[in-house]
Design a protein around this ligand. Structure first.
Ligand SMILES: [Ca+2]
Ligand SMILES: [Zn+2]
Length: 259
């Protein structure tokens, strides 16, 4: 299958939201019809793998962002947002872009890795007995529930000062990539969590998986991602928390090409 078609599928998958997109890509992969992003991811993970060593954290998770994947998948794109398009309208209304028309976006992959010896167990958000139930909201762009304000994406000058207002991003937690040989306990968007030694992948084609850098001058910046910063009463207990919750990577905004 040619590359354009593959990108078409990706856009389609993104439009349906994370879970459906993955299911579709998995089905395509099984059909042997293309090398889906998941296959690229697996290959990249082997070639250039973020090494974690899971430790005994008193049965608790320890979350961190995969710094290798954050860096390797980062790029700046120009994208047109059309008010007549439901998904574009959603991105605008959620504040993921500052306006319609051509926007410059810094897009990147975020994988939340659990390096603690215990699973992150969030569970079913619709169960009123779930202690995190009040932390969820329906994300219309993704078509499923997110834990509100779990992370923030920031663009910084190289001195660490903010170059752009940061943007909060919610998450649904599930097992996407394995970082150790530990088997998955099968968490998904309906019963959320991340198994010890697994990572939850938010790929750059997902709606909102970016910072709108329209109007930001070209130059060298830092991208910063901080996690587990939701309302304190819903924060996850990370025990010893040996792995950092703030990750930075160099991020260049290239010269705009003349159209
Ligand atoms: Ca951590
Ligand atoms: Zn989502």
């Amino acid at each position: 299958m040619n590359t354009d078609l593959r990108h078409g599928f990706l856009a389609l998958a993104g439009g349906f939201g994370k879970g459906v997109g993955r299911a579709l890509l998995a089905a395509l992969a099984l059909a042997g019809c293309l090398a889906p992003p998941a296959a690229h991811a697996a290959r990249n993970a082997l070639d250039n793998r973020y090494e974690i060593s899971v430790y005994d954290n008193g049965g608790k998770p320890d979350l961190t962002v995969d710094p290798i994947r954050l860096k390797s998948q980062l790029n700046v794109i120009d994208r047109y947002f059309d008010p007549a398009n439901a998904s574009d309208r959603c991105a605008y209304e959620e504040g993921a872009v500052g306006g319609y028309g051509w926007r410059r976006l810094m897009v990147f992959d975020v994988v939340i890795v659990n390096a603690g010896g215990g699973d992150l167990v969030v569970g079913d958000r619709s169960d009123p007995a779930n202690p995190y139930a009040g932390a969820f909201y329906f994300d219309p762009c993704h078509g499923h529930y997110h834990l509100a304000g779990f992370s923030e994406y920031r663009l910084l000058y190289q001195d660490g000062n903010a170059a752009q207002v940061g943007r909060k991003q919610g998450f649904c937690f599930e097992d996407s990539f394995k970082y150790t040989d530990h088997p998955s306990n099968g968490y998904h968007c309906g019963y959320q969590g991340i198994t010890s030694g697994w990572g939850d992948w938010y790929y750059k084609q997902l709606p909102g998986q970016w910072i709108d850098v329209t109007g930001v001058p070209e130059g060298n910046y830092l991208l910063e991602v901080e996690i587990n910063i939701q309302d304190p009463k819903y924060r996850f207990d990370e025990g010893e928390n040996r792995y950092p919750n703030t990750t930075r990577t160099p991020a260049e905004i290239p010269k705009r090409r003349t159209r």
